[in-house]
Design a protein around this ligand. Structure first.
Ligand code: PBG
Length: 325
């Protein structure tokens, strides 16, 4: 019986002391802000289901990145919506493709921003699946070819980190190989290793116009009932050369983040996805929650679970909160 010698509440009365003994800290350095880029000029299409997020043409994207950087956020993740899609996603495999041109334009104007390129085909295929369709399913090995080419052209355009989100088997290996063969051995890979087939991606698919036209992603993204399988995915990605591994989504998967942190000695990223963001915005718009406090509580919980890096649409709001502290 330790009571009353030990009173845990003693550490909670003074705010300064509470801060001193807090076990988790959140900083703008932890954040990556996702952004959506479209063809055209002077375009800023609001994404209805994701308040405060837009599809931006390259000219306005560059301005947006400047203001994001001025808040102290140092990294962005780019998603592209091309004017014309095709069967295999080949339209994303050139330095003239939308994200590659956006990368070049941003790098030309802003020297101190870290650009992460999402490697996947779903934004670029007419059918909205993440790869090449054969017999009504995404063909793993054919898809690896487009993924590798896409990744290489992102590196050629100046992307700082390559992030495959397609969930094909072996993608990290082929991407590492093509990067190395072309002298991009210094460019790291952040793999979406444990990416679940999740209903939390709903708003993103509106934003990126990437909802599958038939079927679903259950044959390549993970079953949300599984945890051991996530550890296998992570182990293989590390073996294949991943420098950072990711768990996605974040909030219903804090156990996976925590397990990954304990089982692997590698930086862990967590993707606080569109649906997680939109639920907060919707509840806040109704006056049902304190948005600022909830935002910080959510982001802190992702760090506490074990994530080193947080990809979140809350990054801008959170940076403003942290800066005003
Ligand atoms: C592309 C991709 C998706 C997300 C990130 N990369 C969508 C999907 O798999 O359908 C989701 C991000 C989000 O919901 O915020 N494959």
């Amino acid at each position: 019986m330790y009571f009353p010698v030990t009173r845990l509440r003693r550490l909670r009365y003074n705010g300064i002391l509470r801060d001193m003994v807090s076990e988790t800290s959140l900083s703008v350095d932890d954040f990556i802000m996702p952004l959506f880029v479209v063809e055209g000029k002077n375009i800023k299409n609001p994404i209805k289901s994701m308040p405060g997020n837009y599809q931006l043409s390259i000219d306005l994207l560059v301005e947006e990145v400047k203001s994001i950087r001025d808040l102290g956020i140092r990294s962005i993740l780019l998603f592209g919506i091309p004017a014309v899609k095709d069967e295999t996603g080949a339209c994303a495999c050139s330095t003239n493709s939308i994200v590659q041109r956006a990368t070049i334009a941003i790098k030309k104007e802003i020297s101190d921003i870290f650009i992460v390129a999402d490697v996947c085909n779903c934004e670029y295929t007419t059918h909205g699946h993440c790869g090449t369709i054969v017999d009504n399913d995404v063909h793993n090995d054919l898809t690896l070819e487009t993924l590798a080419n896409q990744a290489l052209t992102f590196a050629q355009a100046g992307a700082d980190l390559i992030a495959p989100s397609d969930m094909m088997d072996g993608r990290v290996k082929v991407i590492r190989e093509i990067l190395d063969k072309n002298n991009y051995e210094k460019i790291p890979i952040m793999s979406y290793s444990a990416k679940y087939a999740s209903a939390f991606y709903g708003p993103f698919r509106d934003a990126a116009e990437s909802a599958p036209k038939f079927g679903n992603r259950a044959t390549y993204q993970m079953n949300h009932k599984n945890s051991n399988e996530a550890m296998r995915e992570i182990a293989f990605d590390i073996q294949e050369g991943a420098d950072i591994v990711m768990v996605k989504p974040a909030l219903s998967y804090l156990d996976i983040i925590h397990r990954a942190k304990n089982e692997f000695n590698i930086p862990i990223a967590a993707y606080n996805v569109s649906g997680e963001f939109s639920m907060v915005k919707a509840a806040a718009a109704n006056g049902w929650i304190d948005e600022a406090r909830i935002t910080m509580e959510i982001l802190t919980s992702i760090k506490r679970a074990g994530a080193d890096i947080i990809i979140s649409y809350h990054s801008v709001d959170a940076a403003k909160i942290l800066n005003n502290k």
